[in-house]
Design a protein around this ligand. Structure first.
Ligand SMILES: NC(=O)c1ccc[n+]([C@@H]2O[C@H](COP(=O)([O-])OP(=O)(O)OC[C@H]3O[C@@H](n4cnc5c(N)ncnc54)[C@H](OP(=O)(O)O)[C@@H]3O)[C@@H](O)[C@H]2O)c1
Length: 270
């Protein structure tokens, strides 16, 4: 797999899965547009990868919950003459607690990042990909988007289910072209995710076999999108979980998710 002279845009590239995508894509020759809020982290990653792999890099510090951020990014890249060939929509976080525990502004910003920015950036870059007859689009969803909704983290599973469905529709619309669209559905992955949402002490009580490192998640996702595999679940444990939730009668699956999620989702920062 080589992406020499391609440009990849990765959101949420300052940490975790997004940083792992940046490393892997640079190693495969892609030039990078790195997007997140923490500019220093992006700049240090960009400098490291430019030196290691002789790729070009552009750093854009942006809060993707801002309704203007996605169009500003697209306009800046167009004015710089940069065509995006690979789009990895990945930026995200989780909000523990039940629905009414957070105010509407927090939910609004969550949806703006986790749903709207993914759709907006795809809308901005897909036409160019179709015109050039080449594109790779990865929507970073979650196992949570493939199983019944959990109690707590209320909008998280719903936002990830949106991304799965969105990727399926895009894949159908792009069939027969050089553009491939996939949803990556990881389970628990080592990153800053559970530190940011302050559930590290809860999830660290879970068995280690439930967790994956970010690197194999990313390598599997890149192979999957190359093969035009539309919904990709990395890891044996995650695949088993998704299989079980589909095999069980729906009310049993919902009850199991409700009971399990109470262990690591419902509590806020305790
Ligand atoms: N880790 C898991 O167990 C797991 C499981 C399934 C799915 N996922 C999904 O994987 C994706 C990446 O998560 P991760 O595990 O790598 O978490 P992470 O290590 O916390 O990284 C999240 C990234 O998103 C960026 N981000 C957050 N809010 C942003 C905003 N408003 N605007 C721009 N960038 C923002 C963060 O950068 P800044 O703070 O610098 O902005 C960071 O680069 C997410 O979509 C998550 O839902 C994770």
């Amino acid at each position: 797999m080589t992406y020499k002279n391609k440009w990849a845009l990765i959101t949420g590239a300052s940490a975790g899965i997004g940083a792992a995508f940046a490393r892997s894509l640079a190693q495969k020759g892609a030039n990078l547009v790195l997007v997140a809020r923490r500019k220093e982290k992006l700049e240090s990653l960009a400098a490291e990868l430019a030196a290691a792999y002789s790729v070009e890099t552009i750093v854009i510090a942006a809060d993707l919950a801002d309704p203007l951020a996605s169009s500003d990014i697209a306009e800046k890249l167009a004015s710089d003459g940069v065509n995006i060939d690979i789009l990895v929509n990945n930026a995200g976080f989780g909000m523990p607690g039940n629905f009414t525990e957070s105010d509407w502004a927090a939910h609004r910003d969550f949806l703006a990042l986790m749903v709207t920015s993914y759709a907006h950036l795809t809308h901005a870059f897909l036409p160019g990909m179709l015109e050039r007859d080449y594109g790779r689009i990865i929507q970073v969803a979650s196992v949570a988007g493939l199983v019944p909704g959990s109690s707590g983290h209320t909008l998280y599973g719903a936002s990830k289910a949106f991304l799965v469905s969105f990727a399926q529709s895009l894949a159908g619309e792009c069939e027969g072209t050089g553009v491939h669209a996939s949803a990556l559905c990881p389970g628990f992955t080592y990153s800053e995710f559970h530190d940011v949402n302050e559930t590290r002490s809860l999830v660290s009580q879970l068995p280690k076999h439930m967790f994956m490192e970010a690197e194999p998640v990313v390598e599997g996702a890149l192979e999957a999108v190359e093969k035009a595999h539309v919904v990709y679940v990395p890891g044996a444990w995650n695949k088993f979980t998704v299989w079980l939730m589909k095999a069980l009668p729906r009310p049993w699956a919902a009850l199991m998710v409700k009971n399990q999620s109470a262990k690591f989702r419902r509590a806020t920062a305790d």
